[in-house]
Design a protein around this ligand. Structure first.
Ligand SMILES: Cc1cc2nc3c(=O)[nH]c(=O)nc-3n(C[C@H](O)[C@H](O)[C@H](O)COP(=O)(O)O)c2cc1C
Length: 170
């Protein structure tokens, strides 16, 4: 039965890290041993994990580079493990209202890897975010926290159930 799960994330302003932490906390409640780590910090072999979740913030139509690199670097180990992906981006309620398809970076990765599912969650951009454009978005009143933690927890619970209740498929 899968025991160890890695949740790796690419973030610029920290909100994707909080989504990853939320997912990790739910999976721990399922009795799994979970590590939630910045994707850039995972440089060694990941074969000690039985399943992997990878998330990235969206910037100008791209998934954060660290998340993309993580998938490339660990392609061989990921091939034999249950893998889920998520994106975090839209600064409006759209992600709570409908399925937002993966951006092209993620779509390409999904063509190469056996991904169980990808989901896009709403994003978050608040005062103090890095970057000139971020400041402009916030000043124009278009920032805010659009992360739907109930939806994030529900998705994580579904992953937990897949890993714990249907171990023969993992
Ligand atoms: C410069 C900039 C570009 C962005 N581009 C996109 C985008 O293309 N698509 C999207 O859905 N969200 C976009 N966003 C919103 C971010 O994805 C959102 O704030 C996300 O939660 C950031 O994640 P992080 O806090 O982990 O870095 C953008 C935000 C900024 C500041």
């Amino acid at each position: 039965m899968p025991r160890r799960v890695l949740v790796a994330y690419g973030t610029k302003n920290g909100s994707t890290a909080q989504i990853a932490e939320t997912i990790a906390a739910v999976l721990r409640k399922n009795g799994l041993t979970v590590e939630s780590l910045p994707a850039r910090s995972v440089t060694g072999d990941i074969s000690s994990y039985d399943a992997v979740v990878v998330g990235g913030g969206l910037y100008a139509g791209h998934w954060r580079r660290e998340a993309r690199r993580f998938l490339r670097r660990h392609r061989a180990e990921l091939a034999g493990r249950p893998l889920w992906l998520f994106s975090s981006g839209p600064l409006d309620a759209s992600a709570s209202e409908r399925d937002i398809p993966p951006v092209s970076d993620v779509k390409r990765a999904m063509d190469r890897l056996d991904v169980r599912e990808h989901v896009t969650f709403g994003g978050c951009l608040e005062e103090g975010a890095k970057g000139f454009v971020a400041g402009m978005i916030i000043r124009s009143g278009k920032g805010g926290d659009f992360r739907d933690f109930a939806a994030i927890e529900a998705w994580a619970a579904w992953i937990g159930a897949e890993l714990v209740e249907r171990p023969e498929e993992n």
